[in-house]
Design a protein around this ligand. Structure first.
Ligand SMILES: Cc1cc2nc3c(=O)[nH]c(=O)nc-3n(C[C@H](O)[C@H](O)[C@H](O)COP(=O)(O)OP(=O)(O)OC[C@H]3O[C@@H](n4cnc5c(N)ncnc54)[C@H](O)[C@@H]3O)c2cc1C
Ligand code: SF4
Length: 494
């Protein structure tokens, strides 16, 4: 009998080597690798999600009749070796892993590797699409995906007559009002066993049931999202507020990234809600853009540019991770403190918080890209190398020199003030760039512009910021403040 080897981010009966096999044709191998679990200090909810979801997936397969060899081993290689000793399978088959380099390692262990079909655009299809293009732009990729998969299309034209509803989708949070409460699961025996096992090796709060650990729970989350949240997703997707950690975001990334949900079924559910008149086009389009646009684009560029991509540091940023990322009480910045605390509490923050607060402050303080990457990979429940590397190296820290994003996502306090309500509760003033109450983002932003003026001047999208810096009447004082603030944040003293 042959063996199908399933990894922790492939927990789906309908994909890869498992899709066309039944309990009579194959046995299943799942390995919990001690080297992986203890190799880094992970967020408790991240470890909990993977381990409980793997154990529950094994139970589901057993209920279907599969023989499952669920093995705890020192490493993946040791797990495979022990499996061979116990079962002598005719052959071992696995779906190509999502991490660069692992497929070759599997082949070197005589494992047959089949294509990964967890995305709508494979690495090879993306390579063909990218071939001959001077610059890869997400918008072009996204339209190509919509057309070839017939998602939200009206014949050859985009549904609603436009490809992009971003203009309607940039609203700050409304001053009051309730946000739909996300669905939650009760923790059970498996959860408690896992939590006891990882008690001393993880950081962050215990799970509160936000992250689904079975496909059934993930499907319930998808239904809840399309029914309750999606109509409000579009207008407020860039907003940040202290009153709600989730707003109308889907919270589906953990379920998607461990493989429980497939992007195709998510798009189908969203399109169905739109066609039934339950969701406006701006929200349906804005969400589908994230799933078949951004998510698949970062998957594609990861495979195109690895392995060099992970190590890039074009802006030569060499500072360590800011101390407030490990201990949010070490900063008085209300916005950063609030979001880092939320990450410790849930292992999650929404996109604009990740980009315009966590990555932005690291960019402006010249934090080494790989230091932020390491922290985010350990701290987020939905992290995986394929999604973190492009988002941190390319989008957040511009460490690829602009290969992925046409301009750095650097901004001062004015942006945070416009898109959030954090500043009202902060001891700093978002408009001040010098003095005791100067907002660190605002001072640091000008320091960033000065340091990178040659690069910014050459780009028509950013040249204006250099001219604005040169027009500041207190330019020298501002640049002095920027250096002091950076050093204070690096030392954990502001
Ligand atoms: C610095 C940084 C780090 C990030 N790290 C991760 C990560 O480790 N894992 C992860 O899944 N996403 C990551 N993202 C992308 C995005 O922030 C999260 O996917 C999103 O916040 C997850 O919450 P949600 O499911 O509620 O998303 P929603 O706002 O509901 O969006 C729907 C879905 O779109 C997809 N998506 C949207 N934007 C992106 C993007 N830029 N890249 C990939 N997928 C996207 C996600 O699958 C998400 O579930 C990162 C973004 C930045 C800027
Ligand atoms: S004033 Fe500055 S530091 Fe304070 S919350 Fe606003 S942007 Fe953040």
């Amino acid at each position: 009998m042959e063996t199908v080897w399933i990894f922790g981010d492939q927990l789906n009966r309908r994909v890869g080597a498992l899709a066309n096999r039944g309990a009579d044709d194959a046995r299943v191998l799942i390995v919990e690798s001690d080297a992986k679990i203890r190799g880094r200090r992970w967020h408790r909810q991240r470890l909990h999600l993977y381990l409980t979801a793997m154990r529950r997936f094994a139970e589901e397969l057993e209920a279907e009749g599969f023989e499952v060899d669920y093995r705890r081993a020192a490493s993946f290689a040791a797990g495979l070796r022990e499996h061979h000793q116990r079962y002598s399978p005719d052959r071992v088959v696995a779906m190509s892993p999502t991490r660069w380099g692992l497929a070759d390692r599997l082949r070197s262990w005589d494992v047959e590797v089949v294509d990964n079909d967890q995305f709508l655009c494979s690495a090879e299809e993306f390579r063909d699409w990218a071939e001959g293009r001077k610059q890869l732009r997400m918008e072009h990729f996204y339209r190509w995906q919509r057309k070839r998969h017939g998602i939200l299309m009206d014949g050859d034209e985009p549904e609603g007559g436009r490809w992009n509803f971003d203009e309607e989708n940039r609203e700050p949070p409304p001053p009051d009002g309730e946000w739909p409460v996300p669905a939650r699961s009760e923790l059970g025996e498996v959860d408690r066993d896992v939590l006891a096992e990882i008690e001393d090796i993880a950081f962050g709060a215990e799970p509160a049931g936000w992250w689904p650990t079975t496909r059934r729970a993930a499907l319930a989350r998808l239904r809840h999202f399309t029914d309750e949240c999606l109509p409000r997703f579009g207008p407020h997707q860039d907003a940040m507020t202290m009153r709600s950690w989730h707003l109308a975001h889907s919270l589906l990334s953990p379920a998607l990234n461990v493989g429980m949900l497939h992007p195709r079924e998510i798009c189908e559910a969203v399109e169905e809600a739109y066609r039934a008149g339950r969701v406006p086009i701006a929200s349906a389009e804005g969400f589908i853009r994230q799933v078949i646009g951004w998510r698949e684009f970062v998957w594609g560029v990861y495979w195109l540019w690895m392995p060099e991509y992970r190590g890039m540091n074009e802006l030569v940023a060499e500072n360590p991770l800011l101390p407030c990322f490990d201990d949010p009480s070490r900063t008085e910045m209300a916005c950063v403190r609030s979001v880092v605390s939320a990450v410790h509490e849930r292992g999650w923050a929404h996109h604009i918080e990740r980009l315009m607060l966590l990555a932005n402050i690291s960019l402006l303080c010249e934090v080494r890209p790989q230091a932020l990457l390491d922290w985010m990979e350990r701290a987020f429940v939905d992290a995986a190398e394929w999604v973190m590397v492009p988002n941190v190296i390319g989008m957040g820290l511009h460490a690829d020199g602009g290969r992925m994003a046409s301009k750095p996502y650097a901004s001062g306090g004015a942006y945070v003030n416009r898109m959030s309500d954090f500043c009202a509760d902060c001891r700093f003033d978002p408009k001040a760039r010098t003095g005791d109450d100067a907002c660190p983002f605002t001072s640091l932003y000008w320091g960033f512009v000065e340091r990178n003026r040659d690069r910014l001047e050459r780009n028509p999208r950013t040249s204006m910021s250099v001219r604005s810096l040169d027009r500041l009447e207190d330019k020298d004082e501002t640049l002095g403040a920027a250096e002091r603030v950076r050093d204070a944040l690096v030392a954990g003293k502001i």
